[in-house]
Design a protein around this ligand. Structure first.
Ligand code: NDP
Length: 448
């Protein structure tokens, strides 16, 4: 196993996030590979870690001052053994090939766990929508799609939302694809309802994360009622994680953005969350403004020089990292353990560093890895594609019920695989093994 890791590190130098994601999976599938000598013969690990396609492109656009701007766009198709590529599009200045590859790799296993036929991909650009006017975002999206359109299609590669990409960006991307191809087709999910979007898609990742957490607690005869919860982020996933937690009687103490976090000891209730949604989604404001409205809460500015975030040192029962990769460090994990947090459920992709995850596994707390816990978003993308094909719109309750069932199934799949391979209760091992087996079996069926 160390051979394959050093091979991947040498072949993909400097791609730290990608190395981390690969290491995370290879550590789990060791026993599985020992039981299946044919996987070695078929060079499965080398094949599954090599993207099937990588497309990097220049995105020129003109800002409101008439100045030409240049960004770099990406689309990585990691694996299409079980279906057409489906995966997020991220617009954030930190976007790099390594981040695209790690997200696409995670997506392969996540999509397999939904039990739908979707391969794994990811794309995006190092573009910062924050501070840009709607017209600038539109021109950027149009240029991005002008380059990307030939590489995607409803049976080829389908785009979904990720950081910095919401209904507004999806609408502009869809409009440009339609203009070029002269067809109204399902190449994007997360669309507004007027464009054929699905009810519950915006909520799905956050709601699904909470449904997964509820399942983990139920396995210990517990519920979320009264549980004090820490949430990071205040974007799509964080907002809907908070919404569902509040609905189920949990007490949400924190939310954050890249500038800092708010701590509301009284709990962020539905009314306060509504304020946060308006602040972030319509005014595109900062989380610090919360304390102007709710003066009993405190705001703590982010100190990027620290090796931990004080937010994770607040006394609570559960933690939901919902912002970005590697936001929760080993030191944060130790603080969570010191404060007797018993559940960590990842709304974001790979938000916990490798040493943080090791601590959760050692302490045997309920740890829900993102590829299982946040799979509800892409699952409802799959449901959106199904509704588009049938020219139907299912009601809210129907999509939500399907989402709940899917999350319950993913939870069971993880537990069963972990048990079968001698790691009972280890959701990370279970998610990696179950996703791996499904994809690898399909690869083997298709030959070399
Ligand atoms: P949004 O853009 O809606 O929100 C992202 C949030 O994270 C914002 O509050 C943002 O703060 C914060 N954030 C971003 N980068 C950093 C950083 N470097 N440090 C601290 N905070 C940061 O994105 P989503 O909510 O859609 O996505 C969040 C996570 O969930 C990502 O990991 C994504 O991959 C994952 N995910 C999303 C899915 C979806 O359906 N949207 C599906 C599955 C996974 P600020 O506003 O200051 O940038």
């Amino acid at each position: 196993m160390s051979d394959i890791l050093s091979f991947i590190k040498t072949k993909n130098p400097g791609e730290h996030e990608f190395h981390q994601a690969v290491e995370n999976v290879t550590a789990s599938v060791r026993t599985l590979i020992d039981r299946h000598p044919e996987y070695r013969q078929e060079a499965i690990l080398k094949r599954i870690t090599e993207p099937e396609k990588v497309f990097m492109f220049c995105v020129p656009w003109v800002d409101d001052q008439g100045q030409v701007q240049i960004n770099r766009g990406f689309r990585v198709g990691m694996n299409s053994a079980i279906g057409p590529y489906v995966g997020g599009v991220r617009f954030h200045p930190s976007v790099s090939l390594s981040i695209m590859k790690f997200l696409a790799f995670e997506q392969v296993f996540k999509n397999a766990l939904t039990t739908m036929n979707m391969g794994g991909a990811c794309g995006g650009a190092d573009f910062e929508p924050k501070g840009r006017s709607d017209r600038e975002v539109m021109r950027f999206c149009q240029s991005f799609m002008t380059e990307l359109h030939a590489h995607i299609g409803p049976n080829k590669d389908i785009l979904t939302a990720d950081i910095g990409v919401g209904t507004r960006e999806i609408g502009y991307l869809f409009g440009m694809y339609k203009k070029i191809h002269k067809e109204f087709s399902g190449i994007l999910t997360g669309k507004s309802l007027t464009l054929g979007g699905s009810l519950i898609r915006p909520e799905a990742t956050g709601y699904g994360t909470v449904y997964f957490a509820a399942q983990m607690l139920a396995s210990k005869n517990q519920t979320l009622e009264g549980k004090k919860c820490l949430i990071s982020g205040s974007g799509n996933v964080a907002q809907h994680t908070a919404e569902k937690l509040i609905e189920l009687g949990a007490v949400v103490l924190t939310m954050s953005d890249s500038s800092g976090y708010i701590y509301d000891e009284e709990g962020i209730d539905a009314g306060k969350l509504d304020y946060i949604k308006r602040l972030k989604n319509f005014r595109r404001g900062r989380i610090m403004e919360y304390i102007n409205k709710y003066s009993d809460a405190v705001y703590v500015e982010r100190n990027a020089t620290l090796d931990h975030q004080p937010m994770w040192d607040i006394s609570a029962d559960c933690a939901f990292p919902c912002a970005t990769q590697n936001e929760l460090t080993g030191k944060d994990a130790r603080n969570l353990m010191k404060n007797k947090v018993t559940l960590v459920c990842e709304g974001a992709d790979m938000p916990c560093s490798t040493d943080a995850v090791e601590i959760f596994l050692e302490e045997k707390i309920l740890y829900g890895p993102g590829k299982a816990a946040n799979a509800g978003g892409v699952a409802v993308s799959g449901l959106e594609m199904a509704q588009n094909s049938m020219r139907l719109n299912w009601p809210r309750q129907e999509v939500d019920a399907r989402l709940k069932t899917i999350m319950k199934n993913i939870h069971a799949i993880c537990l069963d695989a972990a048990e079968e391979y001698g790691q009972p209760g280890n959701y990370l091992a279970g998610a990696n093994i179950a996703g791996f087996v499904k994809v690898v079996d399909a690869m083997l069926d298709q030959g070399v």
